[in-house]
Design a protein around this ligand. Structure first.
Ligand code: ZN
Ligand code: ZN
Length: 199
């Protein structure tokens, strides 16, 4: 199976580099190899937001990193832990946007819900502060169901290739989230217990 590569300009330095299409689709591959990914993060989230959103006359889909449910993830800052390790603080974009829009934090127990039922949309007037039940009801009405816990995607050769491309830079848990899989599945790929024929 051949993998599709595309050429992209690095979001930070503008240099042209090639990236696997499948990786790009899940929100990766925005930076050339090197320091750009890290340097870019030093810019304020308010600026980076506009690089990662596609403005249309309807929804504003997030084209940056997304989680397994399709919600955009916005990196905020790095926090140094007491033990010296660094923890990346990020947020779901649609929540961050709604809080900016309202000029305050969401009330306890409230969520940022989509009127348009498109998880990746971060257009402020498509969002409202609501409860989980309202959100679920809306989603059911539109036939969007969250996948049940335990119902994981089966690996295909193409997926495994993309997983392998991320092994050196991401944890099993993180990769599992991206591909709606389990960390043990990724671990087995990493240790070549499974899929060792795929390079
Ligand atoms: Zn670069
Ligand atoms: Zn929308």
């Amino acid at each position: 199976m051949s993998e599709t590569m595309i050429e992209k300009h690095c979001l930070h330095c503008g240099k042209l580099f090639s990236v696997r299409l499948a990786i790009h689709k899940v929100g990766y591959g925005k930076f050339c190899p090197g320091r750009c990914k890290y340097d870019y993060r030093t810019r304020p989230p308010e600026e980076r937001f506009w690089d990662n959103v596609q403005i249309t006359t309807e929804c504003w889909p997030w084209i940056g990193l997304r989680d397994k449910d399709g919600y955009g993830i916005l990196y905020l800052r790095v926090e140094k832990q007491p033990n010296g390790s660094r923890r990346i603080i990020s947020t779901r974009v649609h929540r961050w946007v709604l809080e900016k829009w309202l000029g305050r934090e969401l009330k306890e127990g409230m969520l940022s819900c989509h009127k348009c039922n498109s998880p990746s949309c971060c257009r402020p007037d498509h969002l409202y502060e609501g409860t989980d039940t309202e959100n679920n009801r809306q989603a059911r009405k539109e036939g969007r169901h969250k996948q049940k816990r335990g119902s994981y995607n089966r690996m295909t050769e193409e997926t495994v290739k993309n997983v392998k491309a991320l092994l050196s830079t991401h944890t099993n848990k993180r990769i599992a989230q991206m591909f709606n899989s389990e960390p043990t599945t990724i671990s087995n790929i990493r240790t070549r217990k499974t899929w060792k024929e795929v390079v």
